[in-house]
Write a protein that binds this ligand. Structure first.
Ligand code: ZN
Ligand code: ZN
Length: 353
């Protein structure tokens, strides 16, 4: 089968023939119909801190935001059949450990990030393997297309879990979103659906325009204001209730904390890049004086998909709103490369393999 494979950190992916995956006893093989191209793929490809130690070797396949049709089922799988339309959470979980049993499968003790660990090749390929399929294969409701599902991706799930389960967003609250890439635009869209007033911050007017289309009532171009926290504080009448760092560089993280009002919550979604090396210094005295909270969030527990499907069904959420284009597998190397200069707007989704 064809796949876009790793050839070295920062080196262009190569599209070529690779071995077919086979279903293990509890796994299934899925024929890929769509897969989002995501900044997490870019981080792994670049060898950023969190991913470096994973030791991707030549030939590894990224891609962790797929939807498709089951084509092979392992002997011990009970709830998934050939022909089922499924999506997969990017953090694969065993479904049985203490964390999974406490509705924290996003933090599963045995979790394997699809496409982002050597032992779990991803879906920049015609087919991919899903381990522990009874837990990880999410059946798609009728009416949700593969591209829509790929549009949900890790950014959407992470933003949803962060804003719904980890932070306390009430209707009428001010939610600031720093960085309007895929994660940030998802956060804008979800916060708007939750009834919040959203202020979006980015360096690019084009991305701020998209944020407005998705429901942001105020935008701040960080290039054109002297002081971002001050600008956000001014439009939010004293500071945001919840502020999201959807990028993960030192500047957006600190701006996000500094633009909060009293007892505000900072939600850290973006992982840091090589420049930060996994650490950002914070205005701790300010955090004490204003009783601020710093909240981390990653992925979404598997059972929460149904909450998202319900909101899509009611017309409150539209995951395709942040899909910028659909492309063929052959364009994957170029699109990943374009992320280096933040040139992509919204999410490209591969829909031809
Ligand atoms: Zn588990
Ligand atoms: Zn992703």
């Amino acid at each position: 089968m064809r796949a876009a494979v790793f050839t070295g950190h920062g080196e262009p992916l190569a599209v070529r023939e690779v071995d077919e995956p086979e279903a293990d006893a509890t796994g299934v093989v899925v024929e890929t119909e769509a897969c989002g191209i995501c900044r997490s793929d870019w981080h792994a490809w670049q060898g950023d801190p969190l991913w470096e130690s994973r030791g991707f070797s030549e030939g590894h396949v990224f891609g962790h935001e797929p939807a498709g049709v089951v084509v092979e089922v392992g002997d011990e799988v009970e709830t998934v059949r050939v022909g089922d339309r499924v999506a997969v959470p990017f953090n694969l979980a065993d479904g049985t450990c203490p964390s999974c049993r406490r509705d924290m499968s996003n933090l599963c003790d045995e979790r394997i990030p699809l496409g982002l660990a050597p032992e779990a090749p991803g879906a920049f390929a015609e087919r991919f393997h899903v381990p522990w399929a009874d837990f990880n294969a999410v059946h798609l409701p009728d009416g949700i297309s593969p591209v829509e599902m790929a549009g949900l991706g890790c950014r959407f799930m992470t933003s949803f879990h962060g804003l719904v389960d980890r932070a306390d967003v009430d209707g009428g609250d001010w939610v600031a979103v720093h960085g309007c890439g895929g994660v940030g635009l998802s956060a804008v869209h979800i916060a708007d659906a939750l009834g919040a007033n959203v202020v979006a911050v980015d360096l690019f007017d084009e991305k701020l325009g998209l944020a407005s289309d998705l429901g942001a009532v105020e935008t701040v171009n960080a290039e054109r204001v002297e002081d971002v926290p001050e600008a956000v504080t001014a439009v939010t009448d004293g500071g945001a209730h919840v502020s999201v760092d959807a990028l993960g560089i030192a500047e957006t993280c600190r701006n996000s904390v500094q633009c909060l009002g009293k007892r505000g919550q900072h939600l850290q979604i973006g992982l840091t890049s090589s420049a930060e090396g996994g650490e950002v210094s914070l205005p701790t005295d300010l955090m004490v004086a204003k009783e601020l909270q710093f909240v981390g969030t990653v992925g979404m527990p598997r059972p929460h998909y149904d909450d998202i499907f319900r909101l899509i069904d009611r017309g409150k959420l539209d995951p395709t709103a942040i899909v910028s284009e659909t492309v063929s597998l052959d364009r994957t190397p170029d699109l990943l490369d374009a992320m280096t200069e933040f040139e992509t707007t919204g999410i490209p989704v591969i829909d031809a393999f």
